[in-house]
Write a protein that binds this ligand. Structure first.
Ligand code: OSB
Ligand code: MG
Length: 370
């Protein structure tokens, strides 16, 4: 694949409602859409960094600058045989995984279209449908939360995740459990607790949660291993797992019993697959997290979740849960059994609505091979 042209677009696409975690609120997708051209074929990718460095250190502006100044020059005009090569090509740029992933994704789309294979096929997926849940942000009060949970369970979601923070953790779980004693439920702290504060989360042990996601610092593994010894409820790591090496450390230290894999967080699909494979051989189940992506990132997540060790429902809800109108013409809809259907068309399977994409583009830059 000779890379002739790359186009980057900074976008803003507002969410149906703001999404609040323990540390920040997002009112829309501030991301970068990547378009790569090779031999008459187009590949799409997305870097869902967000407007501020709240989830990790990246923002849409840092991703933009890293892509245009460092990553694009590494691939423009080069001939790339397989998307698995991208990770190595980008490896001397430290960190900036979300920036790297957006470009890597576009190569998988390109490669799939060139070889007539779907992303799921390329990655070795084994499922035609993937089970999905929904992630619910922090709400003004428990009544509103209960209303939302009710609504989403009625829509068919198979599992509920709620965001928690110190002072808003045990109470909302009690309220949900009072109404739904057994429904699959998990909580996500997005690194909001100190070790001492987190010890009290053992009160959640009696509520039969699937797991507690990332209670401690975004860059911690060791303290999570100490904390896991104090709970029955499994710990799941999200922010802390930024590479295969981190996954290996976390598994060896028993810092978590479950891993959330987000291909954006780990720098792309090749890294995501390697973490999946290691987790599988280590007996650690994984699930696919989300970054409130547009239909492009969503298609990628759904394909990844079709791999065999994705045995827990993903944070990959139907497009209509996030946006009034998405940038794809073929949004995912929730099947009656709480699944999304894995795309079978070549590449990532997203059919981009280019006219609408243009209307939500804040800035655009084009690089051509001279
Ligand atoms: O921690 O999983 C997270 C959204 C943005 C950043 C971090 C997280 C989330 C979510 C939403 O929980 C998942 C989704 O529906 O895309
Ligand atoms: Mg999380």
């Amino acid at each position: 694949m000779l890379i002739e042209k790359i186009e980057l677009r900074k976008i803003f696409l507002s969410y149906l409602e703001p999404f609040t975690t323990s540390g920040w609120t997002e009112d829309g997708n501030y991301g970068i859409i990547v378009k790569v051209y090779s031999n008459g074929i187009i590949g799409w990718g997305e870097s869902p960094a967000g407007d501020g460095p709240w989830y990790n250190e990246e923002t849409n502006n840092t991703a933009w600058s890293i892509q245009k100044d460092f990553l694009v020059p590494l691939i423009l005009g080069k001939s790339i045989e397989h998307p698995n090569q991208i990770e190595k090509i980008f490896s001397h740029v430290r960190g900036n995984n979300i920036a790297k992933a957006g470009i890597e994704f576009a190569f998988w789309d390109l490669f799939g279209k060139q070889t007539g294979k779907s992303l799921s096929e390329l990655l070795g997926g084994v499922k035609d449908e993937v089970e999905v849940g929904i992630s619910i942000g922090i709400q003004k009060n428990t009544d509103i939360l209960i209303q939302k949970v009710e609504e989403y369970i009625c829509e068919g979601y198979r599992r509920i995740k709620i965001k928690i923070k110190p002072g808003y953790d045990v109470e909302p779980v009690i309220a949900i459990r009072k109404r739904w004693e057994h429904f699959p439920l998990q909580v996500d702290a997005n690194s909001a607790y100190s070790f001492d504060e987190a010890k009290k989360l053992n009160q959640l042990d009696k509520f039969n949660l699937l797991f507690i996601e990332q209670p401690l610092a975004h860059d911690d593994i060791y303290e999570h291993s100490k904390l896991q010894k104090l709970f029955k409820t499994p710990i799941c790591l999200d922010e802390s797992i930024i590479s295969l090496r981190h996954a290996k450390s976390a598994i060896e230290l028993n810092a978590c019993k479950i891993i959330n894999i987000k291909p954006s967080r780990v720098g792309g699909l090749a890294a995501a697959k390697s973490i999946h494979d290691l987790s599988e051989t280590s007996g650690v189940p994984v699930w696919c997290g989300g970054m409130l992506e547009t239909g492009i990132g969503r298609a990628i997540n759904v394909a990844l979740a079709s791999l065999s060790n994705f045995t827990l429902p993903g944070d990959i809800s139907a497009n209509s849960r996030y946006f009034k109108r998405d940038i794809v013409l073929n949004p995912f809809t929730l099947n009656k059994d709480g699944t999304l259907t894995v795309p079978t068309r070549a590449g990532i399977g997203a059919e981009v609505d280019e006219e609408f994409l243009e209307s939500i583009t804040l800035e655009k830059i084009e690089f051509r091979n001279k």
